[in-house]
Design a protein around this ligand. Structure first.
Ligand SMILES: Nc1ncnc2c1ncn2[C@@H]1O[C@H](COP(=O)(O)OP(=O)(O)OP(=O)(O)O)[C@@H](O)[C@H]1O
Length: 250
């Protein structure tokens, strides 16, 4: 499969110029799901905001489907095919579900087909089309945020903190939809997720950031059978069997 995202030696951070993420390199093939993991403050959101052009990069390069992205250019990045679902979801809370979706579809032609495609993935939204986004449950809001990104037919879909504020049972329902999206349309997907075991079930690969460094990048299938590798990556140093520390880190 061809790569749709190529990230090379990316350095990311904020206005003080000190990198929070260093030397991040990975490729993502069409239809591949990457679970981006790591403890709080590891730099996951910073990396995603930089990939999406919402933060200027401090070094390195990113290519989407053969287009080299210009640093800090969110609109051009979206045009190149990368769609970000931010952790705060950024819905128009006083507009209905349908109006939120409508705004994500650039042309009038094909709008209903686009809406129906999103509703095929999230039938629950079909029952809530006339409800304001602000009145939806957390799970429905996440469906709408992802649906809005899907309506743009991204080549790379990036979902930050998919489970933010959601019960694990909702996360268990949403993750297989992400797998379906990747399989149906060859969309490459990056998911930041705290429920490590759940996301590894549907991911192809996983990358662990710790203190801004890539400390593990491997096949999800291998990591599903070797949770100690993930635990070690979260904690650093040698593998530590202390269950309290492990529970805190995960
Ligand atoms: N606007 C900001 N200005 C300066 N530093 C920031 C800013 N936002 C985050 N940081 C710092 O960047 C580092 C990485 O934060 P980031 O939010 O990317 O981590 P994360 O892995 O996404 O963590 P979490 O899971 O808690 O969201 C942290 O030390 C954080 O304090």
């Amino acid at each position: 499969m061809s790569n749709v995202l190529s990230c090379r030696e990316l350095a990311a951070g904020y206005s003080n110029g000190r990198p929070v993420v260093r030397d991040l390199s990975f490729d993502l093939a069409a239809g591949e799901i990457l679970a981006l993991l790591g403890p709080n403050g590891a730099g996951k959101t910073t990396a995603l905001l930089t990939l999406a052009g919402l933060l200027p990069s401090l070094g390195g390069s990113v290519e989407v489907a053969g287009t080299t992205l210009k640093s800090g250019q969110a609109r051009a990045t979206a045009k190149a095919g990368l769609a970000l679902v931010p952790d705060n979801r950024e819905l128009f809370t006083t507009l209905t579900v349908e109006e939120n979706l409508r705004l994500a579809v650039p042309s009038r032609r094909g709008w209903t087909a686009e809406r129906d495609r999103v509703l095929d993935y999230f039938p629950r939204l079909g029952e809530r089309l006339r409800v304001n986004a602000g009145a939806l449950s957390g799970g429905e809001q996440q469906m709408l945020a992802i649906g809005r990104a899907l309506a743009q037919h991204p080549k790379v879909l990036v979902v930050d903190e998919l489970s933010m504020g959601l019960a694990p049972v909702i996360v268990e329902r949403l993750l297989p939809v992400m797998r379906q999206v990747a399989d149906d349309s060859d969309t490459a997907v990056i998911i930041v997720e705290q429920h490590v075991a759940l996301v590894l079930e549907i991911a192809d690969t996983a990358l662990v950031l710790r203190h801004g460094d890539n400390v593990l990048h491997d096949a999800a299938e291998k990591l599903r059978g070797a949770p100690e590798l993930i635990e070690q990556a979260y904690l650093g140093g040698s593998y530590d069997h202390d269950p309290v520390k492990i529970a805190e880190a995960l």
